[in-house]
Write a protein that binds this ligand. Structure first.
Ligand SMILES: Cc1cc2nc3c(=O)[nH]c(=O)nc-3n(C[C@H](O)[C@H](O)[C@H](O)COP(=O)(O)OP(=O)(O)OC[C@H]3O[C@@H](n4cnc5c(N)ncnc54)[C@H](O)[C@@H]3O)c2cc1C
Length: 394
């Protein structure tokens, strides 16, 4: 929600009263309960376990889990607003909600058996089980049809062998959504999805995946060494990993894009008061046209991204199963808006933009990271161009 009343009206114009109320509630909660701890956690490189626990009584941990499984099910646009408002204050807390509700819950709802839904969804809704998506490998994350992690059929289950990298939340998760190939020669038709309990599966080792920044996220390498998973860990069919991911893909891109809108908004919310207070040459820097141009560009990017994200949410609420083009547009526009807004916000702060005293410097690397997850900008440009040229239909 933008700083000034005029911007606020624009952002909220097409939301219903309940959606606006959710935004107010989540924003107030996030600013009061989460924001005051984020910079300290950043300095301590600490995963926000206590902050995630606070989401549970608020019903914010499981907005995509149906009520019959203990969730607080809401419409997709409202889910986007939750992701947006959480990401506006904390990248990591928003990531916990979005990985769980988009990638994992969507896959289980669309392709899980009733037994899998009953086993996994209620503890997730109670906040007892967090989730990780184990997709990316050292050899690459974009070309998922070319996986090297293998699953070998054995009596009563499968043996998984391979390494996943960049895995968010892995050391804290009670459920991994893992993709592995049953037969590399079959390319994407060999890719198979599994629901793996990392706490009770022998042969899984989780190691720190050192990052230059984003250390609060505790990214991990996950090694599967002949790890046995039972038959009922199979999600969907053998070789059906791509349809499983496909069901989750639009939702994954939606929630990441919504998070990017929140981050783009945060940059604006920090840059506007700074430009209003800071003085140079006897006037407020917000009176200089070059600063005003940056503020205007930041507003344009944020609003444009928000509209394409909400449109995707409304399409999903209308029951449109695949919205690949709209999902790519939303993810591409919102993630690049967040990065560019962070750059502009840093510039408006001058040297302080990179000081530990101000938040904007941290926002840049967090925004940049969201240009990779759920498909890189290059992948989405490729998809958008292929739709535009008629090379791709869906
Ligand atoms: C902070 C963070 C958190 C993450 N969390 C997770 C997680 O929880 N689970 C998980 O599985 N992964 C996670 N990832 C990994 C992320 O999904 C991958 O980084 C991403 O999929 C890209 O894969 P890659 O890094 O191996 O790049 P590559 O696939 O090696 O690509 C390298 C470059 O080539 C470009 N490229 C590739 N193919 C094409 C093409 N066809 N046309 C044009 N350009 C192309 C890419 O866009 C990129 O610029 C995370 C990453 C980060 C940074």
């Amino acid at each position: 929600m933008p700083t000034s009343p005029a911007l606020r009206r624009m952002a909220d114009f097409d939301l219903g009263p309940e959606q606006r109320a959710v935004r107010e509630t989540v924003r107030e909660f996030a600013e009061k309960e989460i924001l005051p701890h984020v910079e300290r956690h950043e300095r301590e490189e600490r995963y926000p376990t206590e902050l995630v626990a606070k989401l549970v009584p608020m019903g914010l941990i499981a907005p995509m889990i149906p009520e019959e499984y203990g969730g607080s099910f809401v419409d997709v646009v409202t889910y986007g607003i939750i992701c947006e408002e959480l990401a506006r204050v904390d990248w990591v807390v928003a990531s916990v909600v979005s990985v769980m509700n988009s990638l994992v819950v969507s896959s289980i709802r669309a392709h899980g058996t009733e037994a899998q839904r009953e086993r996994w969804l209620p503890p997730m809704a109670r906040g007892e089980v967090l989730c990780s998506a184990c997709l990316t490998e050292p050899g690459g994350g974009t070309d998922l049809g070319n996986l090297r992690t293998t699953a070998r059929k054995v009596d009563g289950g499968y043996r998984i062998e391979g390494t996943k990298v960049f895995i968010s939340h892995a050391a804290h998760a009670g459920l991994f959504l893992v993709v592995a190939t049953l037969d590399r020669s079959r390319k994407h038709r060999g890719v198979t999805a599994f629901l793996v309990d990392p706490r009770s599966t022998a042969g899984i080792t989780i190691r720190d995946f050192p990052m230059r920044t984003l250390k609060r996220d505790n990214l991990a390498e996950v090694h599967f060494e002949d790890a046995f998973v039972p038959d009922d860990a199979l999600l969907g069919e053998e070789g059906g990993g791509f349809p499983v991911l496909g069901a989750a893909l639009d939702m994954g891109r939606f929630s990441v894009a919504a998070r990017c809108v929140g981050q783009a908004q945060r940059c604006l919310d920090l840059a506007i008061p700074y430009a209003t207070l800071r003085e140079a040459f006897g006037q407020k820097i917000g009176e200089f046209q070059m600063i005003q141009q940056k503020i205007a560009d930041m507003v344009c990017r944020t609003e444009a991204a928000r509209q394409v994200v909400y449109r995707l949410g409304r399409m999903k609420d209308a029951g449109i199963e695949r919205a690949t083009l709209e999902a790519s547009l939303a993810k591409l526009m919102a993630s690049e808006a967040a990065t560019q807004n962070a750059l502009d916000a840093i510039q408006i702060h001058g040297g302080y933009g990179l000081s530990a005293e101000y938040e904007v410097g941290r926002l840049l690397l967090e925004a940049k990271a969201l240009e990779f997850g759920e498909g890189t900008s290059e992948l989405h440009r490729k998809l958008v161009a292929e739709f535009a040229l008629g090379i791709r239909k869906q």
